[in-house]
Ligand binder design. Structure first.
Ligand code: FE2
Length: 364
């Protein structure tokens, strides 16, 4: 692409700060079918924290806990609960990525540095994003180790089978009242992204908790970040509930792609992952709304998998319940069959399902 000053090769990994990294890693192995890859902690010379790296196909997740209460990681977990700290993006040149973005107004989180061991060198740098979230830039073309210097291979005898999760499709941020356009212009000016889709509160019945959203995409489309802000509705916006329990702005959901959503979700459910349910009536007029689809309706209805169509094709999607006790971060499982959009046609059914959960929590 012409003038792409920040060429991105994709999402490198997503790092969560959590209260108990050892148990979080076990949950993602057991429930989502991730495989243990690497570990860093006191035994490897990282005295103040422990990090577990798990992967599945192109997906890599890192779970990190600090070992002492006064550590900044512990403070962030106290503030936000278990949460996404870093969306790491793979680049050819981490120093250039940092220079290009900080020159355009990004605040530096970490100046460019090189980490080396006998498997080679990883370049990294980082800039600040909304809330305490950051973007890391990772350059690993000269590295052949398990994850990065400082980590050792993590092998256990407990290796639940994968569930068909492939890569990060998109990663959604919730920002405060009237902050969406600020972060849209951050992605435009600082990172060279384009706004590819917008939703406002008129896309969503005002009976239901409203939000506004703009989807930002990088030049090659490998990396997409929808940004949500709350909107006034008759009821408390789901984004507002998030902001309250998260204690600020942060990542709301990560969408994980699969090639066979029925198989993947069936497996996830078997392993205890909980999903939002839409009423059976959602499926009554599905074909009228989205036309013919390749999948049998019955399993979709059984599991609550949603379908939406756009000019390019259709998509199937389902949303997990929050994966911690705070009503904050959750996952979306998505299978695209041509569609490039994000399931706007499902907003109403989905928001009603979210509202039922909010109501149970007394936050509406
Ligand atoms: Fe999504």
């Amino acid at each position: 692409m012409e003038n792409d000053f920040l060429p991105l090769l994709g999402t490198d990994y997503i790092e969560f700060y959590v209260g108990n990294a050892k148990q979080a890693a076990h949950y993602y192995k057991t429930a989502f079918g991730f495989q243990g890859i690497a570990y860093a902690g006191p035994e490897t010379g990282m005295k103040d924290r422990a990090s577990y790296v798990v992967s599945q196909n192109q997906l890599t997740l890192v779970f990190t806990s600090a070992l002492r209460p006064d550590h900044p990681i512990s403070q962030q977990v106290l503030q936000h609960g278990d949460s996404v700290k870093a969306i790491a993006l793979r680049v050819e040149d981490a120093e250039k990525a940092w220079k290009e973005t900080t020159q355009r107004g990004a605040l530096s989180e970490m100046e460019p540095r090189k980490l080396s061991d006998n498997a080679g060198t990883v370049g990294m740098s980082a800039i600040k994003l909304y809330g305490d979230t950051i973007h890391l830039f990772i350059e690993r073309k000269k590295y052949s180790g398990v994850f990065m210097p400082g980590y050792i291979g993590w092998e256990t005898e407990y290796n639940p089978s994968p569930t068909g999760l492939l890569y990060v499709d998109h990663c959604v941020g919730n920002v405060g009242w009237n902050q969406m356009n600020r972060w849209v212009s951050f992605y435009e000016k600082v990172m060279g992204f384009k706004n590819i889709l917008s939703f406002d509160d008129t896309d969503i019945s005002t009976e239901y908790s409203a939000l506004m959203s703009k989807v930002m995409s990088n030049g090659n489309g490998f990396v997409k970040f929808p940004i949500n802000e709350p909107a006034e509705g008759k009821r408390k916006s789901q984004v507002e509930e998030f902001l309250e329990f998260f204690n600020g702005e942060g990542v709301q959901h990560v969408a994980l792609a699969t090639k066979d959503i029925v198989k993947t979700v069936r497996e996830l459910m078997k392993r205890g992952v909980e999903f939002l349910k839409v009423p059976g009536s959602y499926y009554d007029d599905l074909e009228a709304r989205v036309g013919k689809i390749d999948e049998d309706l019955e399993p979709l209805k059984d599991m609550g998998i949603l379908v939406d169509r756009d000019p390019d094709g259709y998509l199937l999607q389902i949303f997990s319940k929050p994966v911690q006790d705070r009503p904050t971060v959750f996952f979306e499982i998505i299978q695209r069959k041509g569609a490039k959009s994000f399931g706007k046609g499902n907003f109403k059914a989905l928001f009603e399902a979210i509202e039922r959960e909010q109501e149970k929590r007394g936050n509406i």
